[in-house]
Ligand binder design. Sequence first.
Ligand SMILES: *Cc1c(COP(=O)(O)O)cnc(C)c1O
Length: 487
Amino acid sequence: MAAFFVFYRAFDCKIVRLSLTLAIVVSPNSNRITMKYKSTRGGVSDLSFTDALLMGLASDGGLLVPQQIPDVSDQLDEWRDFTFVELAQHIIGLFVDDIETDTLNLLVAAAYATFDHPDVVGWKELDNLTVVELFHGPTLAFKDVALQLLGRLFQHVLALRNQRLNILGATSGDTGGAAIAGVRGQENVDIFILYPKGRVSPLQELQMTTVLDRNVHCIAVDGTFDDCQRLMKETFADLAYKEKYQLGAVNSVNWARVLAQIVYYGYASLKAPSAAEFSVPTGNFGNVFAAYLAHRMGFPIAKLIVATNDNDILARFFATGEYAVGDVHQTLSPAMDIQVASNFERFLYYYFDEDSERLKAFMADFAKHGEARLGSAPNTGLFQSIAINRQQTVAAMREAKDRHNYVLDPHTAVGYVAAQQLSNSSTPVMCIATAHPAKFPDAVVEATGTVPTHPSLDALVGLEQRKSALTADLQAVKTFLAKAISA
Ligand SMILES: *Cc1c(COP(=O)(O)O)cnc(C)c1O
């Protein structure tokens, strides 16, 4: 396994060096497309793709979206036989106006060469449901699909611009490891990940702290995930500090993450015999928002099931049109223990027909009162949502193991139950599998009585670790970053 990764890392460096050479000799004007980005809040527009990539959150506080959504319906017949990588190159190419096509194609191919499944995505039929396994990347969660590409895009763009970036992220588990795996060893990037001490799973912690590259900084914060996220937001909110220390973001507010995720919805939808329904285990609404864009582009998608755990703010919204924060519940699917989904603003923006004023009024209401309402249940003709509790999740994991000898991770299980409850029996149904079960052994043991394993996780046990510890204090975080960046 180790040799496998070493091989790909060496292979990768060559590709990036080659891509840099190509980027210099081929003029960017050879691109076929024009694509610009704007903010949902109306204060930013006409950004190039790479500007959007580096900006992360829009500077007016909104989220960046493409100025138009390409319609690909005419191309689907030709695209049906593409490999995952070919389809990724075609779809992503439509949204990138300032990286030369050949270079972009090399970066995309290198990103997915790190996956250990020949088709990148894995498939498993369980009765009339198809599980779409997105966990074959280096850290065994779907976040690798976007973050393997994001890391390579940063590397390429920063080298061309002769710029540095210091990434600051907060993680409740999967994002940290995937983001670190995407940028480890890079010259122009340092990455700082805040995680709640003792509250991420031991394996998730090892996936971060055993990466000893000089540019990786894991910070165990004496506090909760909410503390970590607050510390990150408050650090970004100090604009002078953000500028001085060249801070960047890797959470799913970054447009490039959503973009990379459109690909597997397109790919899976083209495998189905007719327009498919997708069930998506949802936290920050990034994954299912990518599915919405795939639908808007013309891929055959009949329904999107937004599956939540006990943190049901989205299920309540789709049922009533009321968007109201509740208490955060700890569940078996911690990556979905989120009340305020950061990508939901992108959905609302399209729901309001790209009217920034209506969106701003809704978000201002929500910020002020902790709730905002549409007046009635949203009529999208596409989305349905349901909240799945702990008992249903455990029962589904047990059922899949007993009947199919297939182990679901607890996040995927939430989507699996939602699909069983809401899907239409005459339509192909795809369940998005967001993590390998071995990342969440406690839940799997509780449900099935067997310990799930994966060689890449086994290999982490006993390795040397490096991490720092901080109190949940803004000044402590800022001082730590400043010192490490200046060093
Ligand atoms: C991040 C994550 C989710 C939630 O995805 P969103 O894009 O935030 O909706 C679901 N499952 C797993 C395993 C995750 O890591």
